[in-house]
Design a protein around this ligand. Structure first.
Ligand SMILES: *Cc1c(COP(=O)(O)O)cnc(C)c1O
Length: 389
């Protein structure tokens, strides 16, 4: 059993080196001097594990790197300037021209963009499969499939993939599995336990948790991390600054407390919404009526604050009135911070020049932050009254 308290409070920190300071120093430097030619040669041979230049490795960022790898139970990790950079850098580091990727349907929008628009320009193509059916994933595999890309639970509608079945299928076919694990966080789901190779997060969400940094992480074996580092990370340069890494280290200290609070408040609000006359259906993986409930309980130990619900009404005007009437929920994209958010899919239907999203107009996504659940509920209840007259 890993000791999360040790990881969050001590692992990777070498306080003797910096006057016993409890908070790690921000080593704000681009460059490092070496004491001898031999040291310089060693560092040039292995930039990932030495301090040569901050595009490769920086001591403040490295503390975060060690903690994240330990949380995900992997040998190593890379820290990047966004979750989108983590997804793109990982996939680019794993594929060659002519390779194929199988991905779950409707992943995070910029994952779709990477696989459907960006990588085809370089001769890498993708097939999107129904992630809740292992037969569909198996059927999408081609002789040149190099990567299976999972996102469980996935964006907006929280579809779950059977991670053990997916990793077994991939192994039989010599394929590497990647998962976007942002939604479950490293607290509620450890994909390595089910044989997944590469774990990705938007650290912008729960890991930092304070809505003041955009960042991402890639976790995996030393060999895979080194491959991604040498073939993509050093070329693309998607690094996080030491000061942003220090902010994330601060946010990380409270990760379990924050996500447990979001989880319990979201359960209270989801169960009340499910009984509300304006609500058609609540989509929350931890609720008893969630279709893949058994798989959820096998793979995850909690869910967090993000869920969706469908209204009976498809009247956009009324939906906008409801959303704009709220005081305790901010109208915004993203999630995972201290503050509760609402995102109505109706807002992004009929955007000039944009494809319609693959979700219905009456779908609302909520993120439950750290506020008092009763305050949040009374705000929602007041707003939902617009649908009742
Ligand atoms: C936000 C998000 C991302 C992208 O992360 P950024 O840090 O915004 O680049 C990727 N995957 C999921 C599931 C997300 O919610």
């Amino acid at each position: 059993m890993k000791d999360i308290s040790y990881i969050l409070n001590h692992l990777g920190e070498d306080r003797d080196k910096y006057f016993g300071a409890v908070a790690p120093p921000i080593i704000q430097t681009s460059n490092f001097s070496l004491p001898s030619i031999q040291h310089l040669r060693d560092a040039m041979m292995n930039e990932l594990d030495h301090h040569l230049y901050s595009r490769g490795n920086n001591p403040t960022v490295e503390i975060l790197r060690k903690k994240i790898a330990a949380l995900e139970e992997t040998e190593d990790a890379l820290i990047l300037s966004s979750g989108a950079a983590a997804i793109a850098t990982a996939v680019i580091g794993l594929v060659e021209k002519g390779d194929h990727v199988v991905c779950v349907q409707n992943p995070y929008s910029w994952t779709t963009h990477l696989l459907d628009k960006f990588l085809p320009r370089f001769g890498v193509h993708a097939t999107f499969a129904n992630g809740s059916r292992i037969e569909d994933i198996a059927a999408a595999i081609q002789p040149n499939t190099k990567v299976i890309f999972l996102e469980s639970p996935n964006t907006m509608i929280f579809g779950i993939q059977d991670l053990k079945a997916c990793s077994a299928l991939a192994r039989q076919n010599g394929i590497i599995t990647c998962i976007d694990n942002s939604c479950a966080s490293p607290i509620f789901q450890q994909p390595t336990r089910f044989g997944i190779d590469i774990i990705l997060h938007s650290a912008t969400k729960y890991i930092n948790g304070h809505s003041d940094v955009v960042a991402g992480v890639i976790c995996g074996t030393k060999a895979l991390i080194r491959q991604i580092f040498e073939r993509a990370y050093m070329v693309l340069g998607p690094i996080l600054s030491p000061s942003d890494a220090a902010l994330i280290l601060r946010g990380l200290r409270t990760l379990p407390i924050r996500i447990e609070r979001s989880h319990s408040s979201s359960m209270k609000i989801a169960s009340r919404l499910a009984k509300h006359p304006a609500v058609l259906q609540v989509i929350h993986p931890w609720m008893d009526d969630f279709p893949q409930k058994e798989l959820v309980r096998r793979q995850m130990s909690g869910h967090g604050g993000l869920f969706s619900f469908l209204l009976h009404s498809t009247n956009s005007e009324k939906i906008f009135k409801f959303v704009e009437s709220l005081d305790a929920f901010l109208l915004a994209v993203s999630w995972g911070g201290h503050e509760s958010l609402i995102f109505p899919v109706a807002a992004v239907h009929n955007l000039p020049g944009k494809e319609a999203p693959p979700f219905p107009v009456n779908l609302i996504r909520l993120y439950i932050g750290l506020e008092d659940a009763e305050v949040l509920w009374s705000d929602l209840e007041k707003g939902l009254a617009v649908f009742l007259d």
